[in-house]
Design a protein. Structure first.
Length: 329
């Protein structure tokens, strides 16, 4: 790819790391199924870039050459209510463009970015840490903040792939005394436990909700679904205690509940949460330093840019932790 020239308000970022997301697999790699915000326009993929600014265009006011940045992966119109709240993910303007979907993303040596989408990467964090924050950890943090997770809450994470690992790690950082991971893949449960992202594991399937209720003295306070499967979402709803909160993060598909017994009579709050705001992403980057946490520990596979095909094949198997393209690797 030619090296782009930054225009007004734009920065040129030399990519340090660019991770692969479940969304890339679901909506681009297996088939190009997206419409609207998820429509893939044949651009350079990679919506989780992190790197160093090497050049800036005219009009840049905060960032300059040498600054290390995470890219919030959507450039919005900047003027609608969602953009003004920092949720460019929800911008519906025709000029909204996500890196790796509608404009060139991070799977390249350089990515051209809007200065307004840059988040400062603290010195203590690596490029791989930052790439993890750019989507997965940001999304997990948003879900936990929306559910107001604190030290009062036992948390169930259904689906402990990369976003589930993030949700577990951050729930513990927010004070949860008990984080339980559930998954159909035994390898992923073992990894979650080994990394310290969860305290206990439950094999998803028959009897899983009863096991969670037994571990939590009647039900978890918060359930976060990162599986995107009907079974994972239902497990969260069935394992939550009365007055519990359930956050849906994993994308795609459908699920069905019986309104009265499962939701209304259980006094449940169900929250749909899509990505995060740029302000929250900035907050998370700074919190990770205070918490001395490195999202990079969830990366189980690293590949150079030339090995991208192999990287996607590993991510597609659904048994790994996070898969990263690391440019200096
Ligand atoms: Zn992503
Ligand atoms: Zn907008």
């Amino acid at each position: 790819m030619p090296v782009p020239e930054p225009g007004h308000g734009q920065v040129l970022v030399r990519v340090g790391a660019s991770t692969i997301c479940g969304s890339d697999i679901r909506a681009i790699y297996r088939e190009h199924l997206g419409v609207g915000a998820e429509a893939y326009r044949g651009v350079v993929a990679g919506h989780e870039p992190c790197g160093e600014i090497v050049a800036v265009g005219p009009g840049c006011r905060r960032f300059g050459a040498g600054d290390r940045v995470i890219l919030y992966h959507i450039a919005g119109c900047g003027l609608c209510a969602d953009c003004r709240a920092g949720y460019m993910i929800s911008c519906t303007s025709p000029i909204r463009a996500a890196y790796g979907w509608q404009r060139d993303g991070g799977h390249a040596e350089y990515v051209l970015a809007e200065e307004a989408t840059c988040v400062a990467l603290p010195d203590e964090l690596s490029f791989v840490d930052g790439a993890c924050v750019a989507c997965g950890f940001g999304t997990a943090y948003e879900a936990l903040v929306r559910a107001a997770v604190s030290g009062r809450d036992a948390v169930l994470v259904t689906g402990v792939g990369p976003v589930g690992l993030a949700a577990g790690m951050l729930a513990k950082a927010l004070g949860s005394p008990l984080v339980i991971g559930a998954d159909v893949a035994a390898e992923r449960l073992e990894l979650a436990l080994r990394l310290g992202c969860v305290d206990r594991t439950v094999a998803a399937g028959a009897g899983a909700a009863e096991q969670v209720r037994a571990l939590t003295d009647g039900g978890c306070d918060v359930a976060v679904d990162c599986s995107g499967s009907a079974a994972g979402r239902l497990l969260g709803i069935e394992a939550a205690r009365r007055w519990g909160r359930c956050v849906l993060v994993g994308e795609g598909g459908r699920f069905e509940v019986s309104a009265s017994p499962q939701l209304i009579h259980n006094q449940l709050t169900v929250i749909g949460s899509w990505v995060t705001s740029i302000g929250r992403m900035d907050e998370l980057a700074r919190q990770l330093v205070r918490w001395r946490l490195h999202p990079e520990i969830t990366v189980t596979h690293r590949f150079g840019l030339a090995e991208a095909a192999a990287a996607y094949a590993v991510a597609d198997e659904g048994r790994s932790g996070k898969v990263a393209l690391v440019m200096d690797a």
